[in-house]
Design a protein around this ligand. Structure first.
Ligand code: NAD
Length: 294
């Protein structure tokens, strides 16, 4: 069994990006600039945005963190988005999800300039991705693909079962893995909460990408020997014995499933760090596109 070590690979990717940033600096060029907008004080969102901003600093990107109060109106947020669209210094930005319930998430995502949409959530980018055109690929599925590419996981002609159909993970990874290319060319089954007898599909799967957010959902009797497991789930489980008052776990019963798997991602240290690395990669791509146009 081989661990798909997202922490190690993400560090390699960040080191590669840093080399490019250092060269930009040596040439006296502008370095990539990522902005992150967070509305409210959700603990997990604060942690994610914090580590995105810290990663920018470590690799030499410029970063701007825009923290708005929970009671920010939709109109105010849309104005902020417009400002970021018009700010030539910003190469890319993200609006951290979920947004408070009084704000229409789709309206906000639609307002993001596709050229700065480094999360790849705008329909223009999602559509281009689906049509094999150059686009920003959402960071989590992009990270999963890159992790499998770098470990030479054989996906060609394999049966991949994706659990979860969200717009940010399940849906895009099912599209990407069915396309032509490395870590792709797979035969994909997309399963979700309405799937009947889900274990029937997972037991036949060569590769399982689990993105539902239910701890210990995928058990050893639901998978076959030699399966490749990508665990996207991140759930905070309350635990008074831990310093933070919780521990992080994935969707997979790691202890038992790893005994049958050929490859498996741990949680934490698997898909999570890859997501941040690919967001940085998308921001670098955005900078390069903006430079070639100016
Ligand atoms: P979501 O919460 O929007 O949706 C969950 C999906 O799971 C839905 O499509 C639903 O149909 C499916 N589902 C729910 N219960 C099910 C069941 N019993 N059987 C089969 N399918 C079921 O999904 P999301 O935003 O993609 O998040 C999923 C998990 O991945 C969460 O734990 C989230 O925190 C994590 N996540 C991790 C990263 C990362 O970087 N590692 C990034 C994004 C999300």
């Amino acid at each position: 069994m081989e661990i798909l070590d997202g922490k190690k690979v993400s560090n390699e990717i960040k080191a590669e990006i840093k080399v490019e940033v250092d060269q930009m600096k040596e040439r006296g060029e502008k370095v990539p600039h990522l902005a992150a907008v967070l509305v409210g004080t959700d603990g997990a969102s604060l942690t994610y945005v914090g580590s995105k901003v810290r990663s920018c600093k470590r690799i030499g990107f410029e970063s701007t963190f825009i923290h708005l109060p929970e009671n920010t109106t939709e109109e105010e947020l849309l104005r902020q988005v417009e400002d970021l669209n018009n700010n030539v210094d910003i190469d890319g930005y993200i609006v951290q999800l979920p947004l408070p319930r009084h704000i229409d998430e789709q309206k906000v995502l639609m307002a993001v300039d596709p050229d700065k949409d480094v999360d790849g959530f705008h329909p223009t980018n999602f559509g281009k991705m689906t049509l094999d055109m150059e686009s920003f690929v959402p960071a989590t599925p992009y990270g999963i693909m890159e992790l499998m590419r770098r470990y030479d996981v054989d996906t060609e002609g394999k049966h991949t079962v994706v659990i979860g159909r969200s717009h940010i993970v399940g849906r895009p990874i099912s599209i990407l893995m069915s396309q032509k290319g490395k870590a792709a060319n797979s035969t994909v089954t997309l399963t979700h909460s309405r799937t009947k007898d889900l274990a029937k599909f997972t037991r036949e799967a060569d590769i399982i990408v689990s993105a539902l957010g239910v701890p210990d959902f995928l058990k050893a009797d639901m998978v076959k020997e030699g399966v490749v497991i990508v665990d996207v789930g991140i759930t905070r489980v309350p635990d008074a014995t831990k310093e933070k008052g919780y521990y992080i776990t994935g969707d997979v019963d790691f202890g038992n499933v790893s005994k049958k798997a050929s490859h498996i991602t741990p949680v934490p240290g698997g898909v999570g760090p890859m997501t941040i690395a690919m967001l940085l990669k998308n921001t670098l791509i955005a900078r390069e596109r903006h430079r070639s146009r100016s």
